[in-house]
Ligand binder design. Structure first.
Ligand code: ZN
Ligand code: ZN
Length: 403
């Protein structure tokens, strides 16, 4: 028996007047998701716990059955693994945004979410040496990139330079403890950023971007320093095989980290233009016990305060992806990794709706629906860490405890 975990990133939201007081999920014309919700089991999930605002990385660890308190190693690690970089335990990895500054202040933390020319910029930076430290630098999707410092005596105890808001200058990296290694690493990072920002400032790529009406990618913001060490795989921990399908590097990275077989699906871009047909097809053809299928754009629309766009995109998922997977899996789990409120453009700790759909013999139908508010009539009130055991139990992989 096979399980599909469909994660629509940042799915949870709130009601908006312009959506006739419905949430983006409730407002979407999504007959397939609606049907699955009505025939399936529903409820609400706190991915990490009440009051804890999940990051996408920690939230996905929990959904895969890994307690983030025990296994989390810093966002940079997952971004780098997802970008296909083979990390050594002595490396320090960071998530990077190409961003736009004007008169020293950040005007867009994501350089308009546009990746034009960024591969080329990244290639120029990749391979630099700062003192004895090698720079590995790779552009991934939209404005996102990965930085790995490779050398001796490096530390992950370095602060973010991304202030996580606009209208202020980027921060300087600071050591987060008193060790020599933290000081060394923050110095190297500072030297690197000065050199990189100088390169970006007047680069021909940025002149081209401006001519196309795009924001210049004239600074780098780094965050989420992490160091990698191997953990037990999902096979070792749960005795199951698993496939990961995603466009964004972070999600591929977390999937790879727990030992999933990560597929490179052509056209899976991690943005609103992603090829949902191709992702559904790849999921159907995967032969593992569990298939994790990630869709990112729901979260991006929320970060951009576009609740209508989010609702429309849910309709697109319902039309282009859901019909293909509905009947192919014994159990289909649909939810998100956290709530992202479009009103404030940020993740919040609010619980989000989930649905479990499958063969009638495995499902106890609920009164609830797949909706933030109707989910309150459903049977589940769970944490992210509960999801995998519930799904494995449905397909008979988790056995009886006692006689
Ligand atoms: Zn997320
Ligand atoms: Zn997000």
């Amino acid at each position: 028996m096979r399980v599909l975990m469909l994660i629509l990133d940042g799915l949870g939201d709130k009601q908006y007047k312009l959506l006739r007081n419905k949430t983006p999920l409730e407002f979407a014309r999504a007959p397939n998701l609606k049907k699955m919700g009505e025939l399936g089991e529903t409820g609400l999930m706190f991915t990490l716990g009440p009051g804890i605002i999940p990051g996408s990385d920690t939230a996905h660890l929990a959904l895969f059955g890994y307690d983030p308190l025990e296994y989390y190693q810093g966002r940079g690690v997952y971004e780098a693994l997802g970008a296909g970089i083979k990390l050594k335990p002595s490396d320090v990895a960071f998530r990077v945004n190409f961003a736009t500054v004007k008169n020293g202040k950040i005007v867009d933390r994501r350089a308009g979410r546009n990746g034009f020319g960024l591969d080329e910029l990244a290639e120029e930076i990749n391979g630099w040496k700062i003192k004895n430290v090698k720079i590995i630098f790779k552009h991934t999707v939209e404005h996102r990139a990965v930085l790995v410092l490779r050398g001796k005596n490096l530390s992950k105890a370095v602060s973010d330079t991304d202030p996580h808001r606009e209208g202020v200058p980027p921060r300087k990296p600071e050591p987060l403890d008193k060790s020599k290694n933290a000081k060394l690493t923050s110095n190297i990072l500072q030297t690197f950023l000065e050199k990189a920002n100088k390169l970006l400032e007047n680069h021909t790529i940025n002149k081209k971007r401006k001519r196309r009406g795009l924001l210049p990618a004239n600074t780098l913001l780094v965050r989420g320093a992490g160091q990698y060490h191997r953990i037990p795989s999902i096979k070792e921990l749960y005795g199951i095989t698993a496939t990961g399908i995603a466009g964004g590097a972070l999600y591929k990275g977390v999937a790879r980290f727990v030992g999933m077989d990560v597929l490179e699906v052509p056209g899976a871009t991690g943005d609103k233009n992603t090829n949902l047909h191709a992702k559904a097809e790849a999921a159907v053809n995967a032969k593992t016990d569990i298939v994790f299928l990630h869709v990112k754009a729901t979260d991006s629309f929320s970060h951009d305060h576009d609740y209508k766009g989010k609702s429309k995109f849910i309709e697109k998922v319902d039309k282009e992806l859901v019909p293909r997977i509905m009947k192919e899996f014994d159990i289909v789990f649909v939810s998100g990794d956290h709530t992202t409120l479009s009103s404030i453009g940020q993740h919040t700790a609010d619980p989000l709706p989930l649905l479990i759909y499958g063969d009638e013999s495995l499902i106890r139908r609920d009164l609830g629906k797949f909706s933030e508010r109707y989910a309150t009539l459903g049977q589940y009130r769970i944490f992210g860490l509960d999801v995998l055991p519930i799904l494995l139990s449905k397909i008979g992989i988790l056995g009886k405890y006692g006689e």
